[in-house]
Design a protein around this ligand. Structure first.
Ligand code: PHE
Length: 343
């Protein structure tokens, strides 16, 4: 009996030492199996229990249970330690260094023309203009005929207009929208129409595609002074309080009288002969305007004796160039990231 019990005690003592020395979880599990497993050393020793006397058996059993309990609790304690160590190691390895500078996100920006268009729309909205758009592929009728541009007018020349097919052109002016706005509509009318227009032009100040913002105001007693006041308001809002405007007589077939409108140079106010923005002239041309031609009113079914109106067409790109001091119109359509990221 003594030999069995001493075997059990020595297995226990050796196992506790082994457990203490184990440095990782798989090793620990190996010891558990080799001692407590079905074919483990403790189980093997207990197989000799059959040859012990009935009085001895409980003592041997008690000794075995004691060793088993000690080994189990030692295993458990060691497992906890090793698991904690493993977790620590993992945390140390996977540590996030919050002090590392992050990669810079590229922030997009609106195109200068979009920015300018939105500012302009905002200003005219405050005067009660509603937005209205029209197609860029336009009929010859709306682009020319309905706005009093006769068939032999130079604007209809192959040199100036992109023809898209029988009766279709790329609209050369947002004025094409005027008739669309009036057709079948009762006055008063107050619409604002921004959009792309196309002409066969290409140099530093002309691009085959550019943008205009058309304004049309039809009502009882609309006068030239209303047009001037509206444009003055716009000029001051967009270029600054001190801005003045100047109307020069001009001809557009859809207005009478017609004018080209300049704004005073917001950069030098006309005081710098070497000014890069106005080239020393003190003035910048940005739009065409005038009182709606009676023919257009009649075509819309209005009585020119009863109503009148004004119209204007502003070069959005020109306004954007002036505001941002952009020297070449073509820069705005080249899609060069270095240029665009400045806005
Ligand atoms: N459509 C003219 C142009 O393209 C501008 C304009 C619009 C002039 C409205 C008068 C009235 O030059």
């Amino acid at each position: 009996m003594d030999s069995l019990i001493s075997k059990i005690t020595s297995i226990g003592a050796q196992t506790l030492k082994d457990i203490d020395a184990a440095s990782d979880l798989p090793t620990l599990e190996g010891f558990r199996v080799s001692v407590l497993g079905k074919k483990g050393s403790l189980s093997e020793v207990l197989k000799g229990l059959g040859s012990a006397s009935p009085e001895e058996r409980p003592k041997i059993g008690a000794a075995a249970n004691e060793v088993k309990a000690k080994v189990e609790s030692a295993l458990e304690a060691k497992r906890e330690k090793l698991e904690a160590k493993e977790l620590e190691g993992k945390l140390a390895k996977e540590r996030i260094d919050v002090s590392i500078p992050s990669r810079k996100l590229h922030r997009g920006a609106l195109h200068p023309i979009t920015q300018t268009t939105r500012r302009m729309v905002d200003i005219f909205s405050r005067l009660g203009f509603d937005l209205m758009t029209g197609p860029e592929i336009e009929t010859d009728y709306f682009c020319f005929e309905a706005v009093n541009i006769p068939a032999d007018h130079p604007a209809r020349d192959q040199q100036d207009t992109f023809f898209m097919g029988p009766g279709l052109v790329l609209r050369t002016q947002t004025t094409a929208i005027q008739t669309r706005a009036m057709r079948g509509q009762k006055w008063p009318i107050r619409v604002l129409s921004p959009g792309a227009v196309y002409r066969k032009d290409n140099d530093a100040t002309h691009s085959p595609m550019f943008h205009q913002m058309e304004g049309l105001w039809i009502d009882k007693d609309v006068k030239m002074s209303d047009l001037k006041g509206t444009l003055e308001f716009f000029a001051r809002e967009i270029f600054g309080e001190a801005t003045k405007i100047r109307l020069r007589p001009s001809y557009f077939s859809f207005v009478e009288p017609g004018a080209e409108v300049d704004v005073s140079c917001f950069k030098c106010g006309g005081k710098d002969a070497g000014c890069k923005v106005c080239k020393g002239s003190g003035w910048l041309e940005i739009l065409g305007a005038g009182m709606v031609h009676p023919k257009l009113l009649e075509l819309a079914g209005y009585d020119p004796k009863e109503v009148s109106g004004f119209a204007f067409g502003i070069g959005i790109d020109r306004v954007a160039m002036i505001l941002n001091e952009i020297p070449d119109l073509r820069l705005m359509f080249a899609g060069d990231q270095r240029f665009l990221s400045q806005f």
